[in-house]
Design a protein around this ligand. Structure first.
Ligand code: NAD
Length: 261
């Protein structure tokens, strides 16, 4: 637990399920004030709010599409109106869909880029503009993926969006370091969330993924939430522009294990 996160105001996009939900509940246990952004899913965010309050934090929820400029502006205003300020912005919302690249439509390409890359640009820009105006040394945490460095056939749009997120994060980190605003990136490997539910329900597909992970297991959402809590806390006060691979070793060329290669 990080004592300095108590009463901090955290906005998390796409927080009604998966990694966003795990992070919202982790920040709740840190006794932070959490704004849960949800999109179209009718997941029970009220349960997340209840869990956060029961843990000693506070929470409120707001619908919004991260790819829409007006929605992102409203989300930041909502956080400030509800809890008085903004300290930590977690740009987590993301989507993926499998399409062989020769059949990847412009519509599919644009949809993934709009949510995964433009959404993170808008969330980062609005949060940083607020922090600058209010002289706040806040923290921005973006959710990328191991596919910001591992190529992923059939997911070219996803990999391109995440590669973009990594460079966007590093650029913003450099630009706003003199103001004390830290911008970092988390790049998860394979984590057990609804985005992977169909794949991991198939035992063969699950085994194939596990074979790519030197630590031998699919990560838990709580293990990513722990990274976000650390990056948000003052325990990482000298860290900016980092891409934190939380992947059980997936990016470390598992094919070379045990002397192979
Ligand atoms: P998920 O599908 O469980 O959750 C994604 C959330 O984003 C959902 O709540 C969804 O409603 C929301 N969302 C989608 N489009 C949105 C929009 N336009 N505006 C606002 N919210 C929107 O997936 P997850 O596994 O929790 O993924 C969270 C993030 O982590 C994504 O950016 C994903 O790319 C990244 N990631 C996940 C994994 C993994 O293995 N689970 C690995 C690497 C990266």
């Amino acid at each position: 637990m990080y004592q300095d996160l108590e009463n901090k105001v955290v906005v998390i996009t796409g927080a009604a399920k998966g990694l966003g939900k795990a992070m919202a509940e982790r920040f709740g246990r840190e006794k932070a004030k959490v704004v849960i952004n949800y999109h179209s899913d009718n997941s029970d965010y009220q349960e997340i709010i209840d869990n956060i309050k029961a843990a000693g934090g506070d929470a409120a929820a707001m619908q919004g599409d991260v790819s829409k400029e007006e929605d992102v502006k409203k989300l930041i205003s909502f956080a400030v109106e509800t809890f008085g300020r903004l300290d930590i912005m977690v740009n987590n919302a993301g989507i993926e869909n499998e399409v062989p690249s020769e059949r990847l439509t412009l519509e599919d390409w644009n949809k993934v880029i709009d949510v995964n890359l433009t959404g993170i640009f808008l969330g980062s820009r609005e949060a940083i503009a607020y922090m600058l105006e209010n002289n706040s040394k806040g923290s921005v945490i973006n959710m990328s993926s191991v596919h910001d460095r591992i190529p992923w056939p059939h997911f070219a749009h996803y990999a391109a969006s995440k590669g973009g997120v990594k460079m966007l994060t590093e650029t913003l980190a450099l630009e706003f370091a003199p103001k004390g605003i830290r911008v970092n990136n988390i790049s998860p490997g394979a984590i057990d969330t609804p985005i992977n539910a169909e794949k991991f329900a198939d035992p063969i597909a699950k085994k194939e993924v596990e074979a790519l992970i030197p630590m031998g297991y699919i990560g838990k959402p709580e293990e990513i939430a722990a990274c976000a809590a650390w990056l948000a806390s003052s325990e990482s006060s000298y860290v900016t522009g980092l891409t934190l691979y939380a992947d059980g070793g997936m990016t470390k060329y598992p094919g070379f294990q045990a002397g192979k290669g």
